[in-house]
Design a protein around this ligand. Structure first.
Ligand SMILES: [Zn+2]
Length: 468
């Protein structure tokens, strides 16, 4: 791939002089899946090194090359870089990341910048929920950067949603939120972060064995994906591995395998039949519980496996709901459920099922009348809560409507609603405001202004408008 910028050597240079890059040929930091720099971080460093703002770098230098190579719109690239989450999008597995990586390769005369994105996983792993929506970092990695005298850089691994720990430092990643602070951090962590006391923050967040191991497995996959480039996801390979695992670990009993992983039987069935593609978190869980690499599952390798207990994962969605309640006598469960319903203490059937430690499916099947009652109670409660919330909203609307009216200002809906800001949990949907407005106008007799027209009639209405 040739760029128009590079074909000419400065006058007087020998013809056989090696090609010169347009931009500094900065090597990306890191050499493995665990510590490789993300492309977003690389672009940031490159623009600093060149002393060019990121926007200008995108629109004037990278954009024209991307247009030449891919027919990409240079304005589009400049827009990408202007977004708050640009670092995540240029490091992802999308076409956009592809344009960035190869245009920068051409400009820096490098050939490996695509490894700073998730492009190597593009054909292997489902893109669903692959990228993390939060920016996260390992405080120890940053500390190490400082000690080595280099600028802090973001690792590609941190941009993956399923990764919550640093495999190198065995520490939990800290979420960096643009607006609000990380809810998982203790109260004094903000001050410590601001003071640069990174390891103190990290010690507040111990990572579980599973979190560390799954991050390591995913880092390993990033390396394997480079090695097996050109490989594509095939449901038959996934099936081959799972059949092998079920045969060798559980004598062909897939239900036992599902229990071992802590996932539903039907889900395992879907995977084995090749109807459902395993997501990255499930691949990591399965590789962890079978003591193998994620690539082994994707390639259908019949490797030697051993059992490792599923983690007591904090992610509830990863483990099947329910509990040990199903083993208890049914009469006992029935009376407990009945009592809860009579007391009106259930907000939904799911909550009632959870309280006695059974799954919703078991609840519905074994105790149909109690289930129906719990569902109805949940609905009634939701209706009551909604009515109550509406009444409060309307009351508040009326109060603000009246105070505007008293001040001689026409109580337009926009004005009333903006005065309610901070007084209600949400400002409600359009319909809520409309309903409250109609009620308030009916109650006070103020004529409703129609769109584009001032309310006519009513003494001094014109004056009232002018005062606003
Ligand atoms: Zn680290």
């Amino acid at each position: 791939m040739k760029s128009p910028f590079r074909t000419q050597l400065p006058g007087g240079w020998p013809d056989e002089a090696p090609a010169r890059s347009i931009l500094f040929s900065l090597p990306p930091y890191g050499c493995s899946g665990e510590d490789r720099e993300s492309l977003g971080s690389y672009i940031c460093r490159l623009s600093d090194a060149q002393d060019i703002p990121r926007g200008a770098l995108a629109s004037r230098i990278v954009g024209p090359v991307a247009r030449e190579l891919f027919g990409a719109d240079p304005r589009r690239l400049a827009q990408d870089i202007g977004r708050a989450d640009y670092a995540a999008s240029v490091s992802s597995q999308t076409e956009e990341a592809n344009h960035w990586a190869y245009a920068l390769n051409s400009l820096t005369l490098r050939n490996n910048l695509q490894l700073c994105t998730l492009l190597p996983l593009r054909n292997l792993v489902s893109p669903l929920k692959l990228m993390s929506s939060d920016r996260q970092f390992c405080p120890y990695c940053y500390k190490e950067d400082e000690q080595l005298g280099r600028s802090r850089y973001d690792r590609l691994l941190w941009s993956i949603k399923a990764v919550v720990a640093c495999p190198l430092h065995r520490a939990r990643l800290v979420k960096r939120l643009e607006q609000k602070r990380d809810a998982t951090l203790p109260d004094d962590a903000d001050t410590l972060l601001a003071q640069g006391k990174l390891s103190e923050v990290a010690s507040m967040l111990p990572a579980s064995e599973y979190e560390i191991e799954s991050a390591r497995l995913i880092a390993e996959l990033l390396d394997d994906a480079v090695f097996f480039s050109g490989l594509r996801y095939e449901s038959s390979a996934q099936s081959t591995f799972l059949v092998h695992a079920i045969d060798s670990l559980f004598a062909g009993k897939s239900a036992q395998f599902a229990v071992h992983l802590g996932v539903g039987k039907s889900q395992v069935h879907g995977w084995v039949k090749g109807k459902v593609r395993m997501s990255l978190p499930r691949l990591a869980l399965t590789a962890y519980c079978c003591n193998c690499a994620i690539a082994d599952i994707l390639l259908g390798n019949r490797v030697l496996l051993s059992q490792r207990a599923a983690p007591e994962c904090q992610d509830r969605r990863l483990l099947q709901a329910g509990g040990t309640g199903a083993k208890r006598p049914k009469d006992e469960l029935r009376s407990e459920l009945g009592e809860m319903i009579r007391a009106g203490a259930t907000r939904s059937a799911a909550e009632a099922a959870k309280a006695v430690g059974i799954s919703v499916k078991f609840f519905r099947k074994e105790f149909p009348s109690e289930h129906a009652a719990a569902v109805q109670q949940g609905r009634d409660l939701a209706t009551a809560l909604r009515d109550e919330a509406r009444a409060t909203y309307d009351q508040l609307y009326l109060a603000e409507h009246l105070s505007l009216q008293k001040a001689g200002i026409y109580p337009a809906r926009r004005r009333v609603v903006s005065r309610m800001r901070g007084m209600v949990k949400t400002l409600g949907r359009h319909q809520d405001a409309q309903r409250a407005q109609l009620k308030a106008h009916a109650a006070t007799g103020v004529r409703l202004a129609t769109r584009g027209r001032r309310p006519s009639g009513g003494p001094g209405s014109q004056q009232q408008e002018n005062r606003v």
